[in-house]
Design a protein around this ligand. Structure first.
Ligand SMILES: Nc1nc2c(c(=O)[nH]1)N[C@H]1C(S)=C(S)[C@@H](COP(=O)(O)OP(=O)(O)OC[C@H]3O[C@@H](n4cnc5c(=O)[nH]c(N)nc54)[C@H](O)[C@@H]3O)O[C@H]1N2
Ligand SMILES: Nc1nc2c(c(=O)[nH]1)N[C@H]1C(S)=C(S)[C@@H](COP(=O)(O)OP(=O)(O)OC[C@H]3O[C@@H](n4cnc5c(=O)[nH]c(N)nc54)[C@H](O)[C@@H]3O)O[C@H]1N2
Ligand code: SF4
Ligand SMILES: [Mo]
Length: 725
C-alpha cells in the first residue's frame, strides 16, 4: 500500500489527547501535518514500524505502517503514546551541574569543561580505570558502538558495560556456548508455521503485544501452546498446557521434559549425529530427572511434565522461546542451555516452522549487544580476549594494540567496585540504575560513593537527579541510525525533528567530550552514517558481521538480517539452516544440573518474590510514567498474591501490604488474584524508591553471565495499617 493512504488530513483530526503533561489545547490543536517520517517504535524489541506525524519541528502524532512485515499496521498502547515524549514539557533543555548540593542550569561549555576536568583529575590521581562508562539498548547501534569506543579509546578505561547485563545476557552466554553466535535463529514469520509453541518465562502478551500476533496466527492453524510461568498470564490462559513452575526451578522442569523425550524416543537421531556434539553428556545428566523427581523441585505435577514432552515430541514443527522468567536467575545461562538441549535433541531447529530463541527485550536489545559496549566484547560480537580481534579492531580505531584495554566487569560488579572505592567516576547514557539495579539499599549508597557521575538523558530520571552533571540528550525521533529488533533484523530509525531547546544529539555529546579530552582524531564523525561506516568495518569478519549492510539496503528490503558480510549479500534471516557457528559447524549439548536459587524461602521469609512488567510501562518507567494515558492505566505498583496466601495473612484485595525481604521493605496495594502460585508474590518493577521492588531483590549473579537474580528471592508479606498508599 502506498504511503499516501496514511496521510492524515488535518480536517480529519476530530480528536485530541487531553492528558497530564499535555500542552494547553492538546497535542494537535491548530496543527497541520507537514510530513510523515517512517521509523520504528521507541520501546520494545518488536520494533513496530510507524510514521511520525510532523508539524514544523514538532512530532504531533503517529500512524502505524501497514506495509511493514513486523507489525502490519499494529501498535500497542506504548507505541501509540511514544511520540508524546518528543515535545513533552518535562524534556531537559539545558545542561545541569551540581552547585552547593543542587542541580542548576549551566551552559554547555561550562558543563563539558567540568566533565573533562573532573574526568582528567580522577584519572591522573587514580589511574585510567577509575572511570566507567555505562550504556544501554534503547539507543541506536551507532551510539552503542560509539560508547564502547569512547570508553576504550576516549577514556582508555577497561570499565564499560550496558543495561542488557540486567536483561538477557544469560541467553547470550548460552547462545555462544551452544551455537557459537548470539542471535535468535529465525524471523517472526516462521512462528506462524509452527505446530507447537513452548514459551518459558515470558509474559509475551504484555511485553511484546504486537509480536504475539505471530503466535495467534499459528494458533489459528491449530498449533499447540505450552507456557511455563508461576503466573497464569494472559497467554497462559489460552494455552493447551500451563506449567506453573516455582520461581528458580526451570532447569529441573526442562531436564525432566528432556528425560521423557528420551524415554519416549522423540529424538531426532540423524540430526543429533550430523549437527551436534555431546548429546550423551546431556542425556546422562537428565537420567535422574524423572517427572516425579522434578515435580518435587519445581512444583509442576508430573503428568503435566509428561504431557509437555508429548506435545513437543509429537509435533512435526515446534519452537521454543524464553525471556526473563528463565534468564533472570543465578542459574540463568544453564536454564537456557537446558531449553536448548530439548530443541537440539528433537532436531527442531534450522528448518522452517522450527526454531529457538530468546525474546530480546529492549528496542535495540539485539544491536546493543553486538558492537562492543559489553565489558567482554569488541565490535562484531568479538571477544575482547581474542588477540586477533584486538589487533583488528585496534587497527580500525587507529590505536596501537597495546593501548586496547583488557576486558572489564559487568555493571553489577561495577557497583561492587564503586562500593569499594575503586571506581571514582562514571559516564552513564541510557539507563536508570536507581530503579533497575538489584538490591537498591546496597546499590544506591555505592553509587553515591562516586566522586563524579555524569548522566545523559532527556528526562530527569531518578539517577540523573543524583548526578553531578546532567546533559540533555536526544529522544529517538531526533536522530537517525539502525537498530536490530528481536528477530535480528537491522532496521532504520529516522530523524523527524531537531532536539528542543539546547538539548543535543547523544553521539554529538560523546564526540564533543572525546574532542575536549584530546582524542578528537578518533571521534571525528560528521553523521550517524559516518559512525555506521566505521562500525561496518569494525564488525567485518566478526560473528555479527554488518559489512554488507547499508542504510539504503535496510530501507529497500524493510530490514536486513545479519550476518551480512558483503554488499551483494541479502542477509541471513534463518541462521542455522546449514550450520552452527562453532568451528566444526556443530551445536553443543550441555549437561545441566538443577541448582536452587541464591535465596530460598524459610520460616522467616516463606514465599518467593518474583518481579517483572506490565503492558503500560516500560523498564524503569522514566519514559512511560510521564505519558498520561499509560500512567492512568497503571498509576502505581502493586503486589500480586493468591487468595489463599492473602487469606492466611488477613489481606484483602486493595489493602496496603508490606512486603519484606532481608534487604528491605516496600508498602504497596495488594492485588489478590487466582492467577499466581499460592507461594509466590509478584511485583512490577517500573517505579523508583520508595516503591521500587529492587529495594527487595537480591544482588546475586549468575557466575557465567553475571545476570542478576531478579526473578527469585525469599520474602514475607503482611497487612499494613493505614490508608492506601
Ligand atoms: N510493557 C512492557 N513491555 C516490555 C518491557 C516493559 O518494561 N514493559 N520491557 C522490555 C524488556 S527490556 C524486556 S527484557 C522484556 C521482558 O519480557 P518478559 O520476560 O516477557 O517479561 P517479565 O515480566 O520480566 O517476565 C516474564 C514472566 O516471567 C515469569 N517468571 C517469574 N519467575 C519465573 C521463573 O522462575 N520461571 C519462569 N518460567 N517464569 C518466571 C513472570 O511471572 C512473568 O510473567 O519485555 C520488553 N517489553
Ligand atoms: N526487579 C527487576 N529489575 C529489573 C528487571 C526486572 O524484570 N525486575 N528487568 C531488568 C531489565 S530486563 C532491564 S532491560 C533493565 C532496564 O533498566 P534501565 O536501563 O535502567 O531502564 P531504562 O528505563 O531503559 O533506562 C533508560 C534511561 O535512558 C533514557 N533513555 C532512553 N532512550 C534514550 C536515548 O536514546 N538517549 C538517552 N540519552 N537516554 C535515553 C530513559 O529516559 C531512561 O531514563 O532493568 C532491569 N531491572
Ligand atoms: S509492541 Fe513494542 S515495538 Fe510494538 S508498539 Fe508496542 S512497545 Fe512499540
Ligand atoms: Mo530487558
Amino acid at each position: 500500500m502506498s504511503v499516501d493512504k496514511f496521510i492524515f488530513q488535518p480536517e480529519d483530526k476530530t480528536y485530541e489527547f487531553l492528558e497530564r503533561g499535555t500542552p494547553p489545547g492538546g497535542w494537535r490543536a491548530g496543527m497541520t501535518i507537514d510530513r510523515l517520517v517512517p521509523t520504528h517504535c521507541a520501546f520494545c524489541g518488536v520494533q513496530c514500524a510507524m510514521y511520525l506525524e510532523v508539524s514544523g519541528n514538532k512530532v504531533v502524532g503517529v500512524e502505524p505502517r501497514l506495509d511493514h512485515p513486523i507489525n502490519e499496521g499494529r501498535l500497542c498502547p506504548k507505541g501509540v503514546a511514544a511520540y508524546q515524549q518528543v515535545n513533552h514539557p518535562d524534556r531537559l533543555l539545558k545542561p545541569l551541574i551540581r552547585k552547593n548540593g543542587r542541580l542548576v542550569e549551566s551552559t554547555w561549555d561550562e558543563a563539558l569543561d567540568l566533565v573533562v576536568k573532573r574526568f582528567q583529575d580522577i584519572q591522573r590521581e587514580h589511574g585510567k580505570d577509575a572511570l566507567a562508562v555505562y550504556g544501554g539498548s534503547s539507543i541506536t547501534t551507532e551510539k552503542a558502538y560509539l560508547l564502547g569506543k569512547f570508553a576504550r579509546v576516549g577514556l582508555g578505561t577497561r570499565y564499560v558495560d550496558y543495561n542488557g547485563r540486567l536483561c538477557m545476557v544469560a541467553a547470550a552466554s548460552a547462545n555462544f556456548r551452544a551455537f557459537g553466535i548470539d542471535r535468535i535463529g529465525q524471523p517472526y514469520a516462521d512462528i506462524s508455521l509452527a505446530d507447537c509453541l513452548f514459551v518459558v518465562g515470558s509474559n509475551t502478551t504484555e511485553t511484546f503485544p504486537v509480536a504475539i500476533h505471530f503466535f495467534w496466527k499459528a494458533r489459528d492453524r491449530g498449533a499447540k501452546l505450552i507456557v511455563a510461568d508461576p503466573r497464569l498470564t494472559q497467554m497462559a490462559r489460552t494455552a493447551d498446557l500451563h506449567l506453573p513452575v516455582l520461581p528458580g526451578t526451570d532447569s529441573a522442569l526442562l531436564n525432566a521434559i528432556l528425560h521423557v523425550i528420551i524415554k519416549e524416543d522423540y529424538l531426532d537421531r540423524e540430526f543429533i549425529a550430523r549437527r551436534t556434539r555431546d548429546f550423551d553428556k546431556a542425556a546422562a545428566a537428565v537420567e535422574r530427572y524423572t517427572p516425579e523427581y522434578a515435580q518435587n523441585i519445581c512444583g509442576v505435577p508430573a503428568e503435566k511434565i509428561v504431557a509437555a514432552a508429548h506435545l513437543w515430541g509429537q509435533s512435526a514443527k515446534a519452537m521454543l522461546f524464553h525471556a526473563r522468567g528463565l534468564e533472570h536467575h543465578t542459574q540463568g545461562t544453564e536454564n537456557c542451555l537446558a531449553a536448548i538441549n530439548i530443541v537440539l535433541a528433537t532436531g527442531k531447529i534450522g528448518k522452517p516452522g522450527c526454531g529457538y530463541g530468546t525474546l530480546t527485550g529492549q528496542g535495540n536489545g539485539q544491536g546493543g549487544r553486538e558492537h562492543g559496549q559489553k565489558c567482554d566484547q569488541l565490535p562484531g560480537q568479538r571477544s575482547i580476549e581474542d588477540p586477533e580481534a584486538r589487533k583488528y579492531v585496534a587497527g580500525v580505531w587507529g590505536i596501537p594494540v597495546e593501548e586496547m584495554p583488557p576486558g572489564g566487569v559487568s555493571i553489577v560488579d561495577m557497583f561492587e567496585l564503586m562500593d569499594k572505592g575503586v571506581l571514582k567516576g562514571m559516564f552513564s547514557l541510557c539507563n536508570n540504575s536507581l530503579v533497575s539495579i538489584p538490591n537498591l539499599n546496597w546499590a544506591i549508597p555505592a553509587l553515591r560513593k562516586l566522586e563524579f557521575l555524569v548522566v545523559v538523558d532527556f528526562f530527569l530520571s531518578e539517577t540523573a537527579a543524583l548526578a553531578d552533571v546532567v546533559l540533555p540528550g536526544s529522544v529517538w525521533a531526533e536522530d537517525e541510525g539502525v537498530v536490530a529488533n528481536q528477530e535480528g533484523r537491522v532496521i532504520k530509525i529516522n530523524k523527524a525533528v531537531d532536539p528542543p531547546g539546547e538539548a543535543r544529539i547523544d553521539w554529538q555529546i560523546v564526540c564533543d567530550i572525546a574532542r575536549r579530552l584530546g582524542k578528537g582524531q578518533h571521534f571525528d564523525f560528521s553523521s550517524p552514517r559516518a559512525i555506521f561506516d566505521e562500525l561496518r568495518l569494525a564488525s567485518k569478519g566478526g560473528r555479527a558481521d554488518y559489512y554488507g549492510i547499508s542504510y539504503e539496503k535496510v530501507e529497500a528490503q524493510k530490514g536486513v538480517f545479519w550476518p551480512c558480510p558483503a554488499p551483494d549479500h541479502p542477509g541471513t534471516p534463518r541462521l542455522f539452516d546449514d550450520r552452527f557457528y562453532h568451528a566444526d559447524g556443530r551445536a553443543i549439548f550441555h549437561p545441566i544440573e538443577f541448582k536452587p536459587a541464591f535465596e530460598i524461602p524459610d520460616d522467616e521469609y516463606p514465599y518467593y518474590l518474583t518481579t517483572g512488567r506490565v503492558v503500560y510501562h516500560y523498564l524503569s518507567g522514566n519514559q512511560t510514567r510521564r505519558l498520561g494515558f499509560l500512567l492512568s492505566q497503571a498509576p502505581e505498583p502493586w503486589v500480586e498474591m493468591h487468595p489463599r496466601l492473602a487469606a492466611r495473612m488477613g489481606i484483602r484485595d486493595g489493602d496496603r501490604a508490606r512486603v519484606r525481604t532481608r534487604r528491605g521493605e516496600v508498602v504497596l496495594r495488594a492485588l489478590v488474584a487466582r492467577t499466581i502460585r499460592p507461594d509466590t508474590l509478584f511485583i512490577p518493577y517500573h517505579w523508583g524508591p520508595p516503591r521500587a521492588v529492587n529495594l527487595l531483590t537480591v544482588n546475586a549473579l549468575d557466575p557465567l553471565s553475571r545476570i542478576p537474580e531478579f526473578k527469585a528471592c525469599a520474602a514475607t508479606v503482611e497487612r499494613a495499617e493505614g490508608a492506601a498508599p
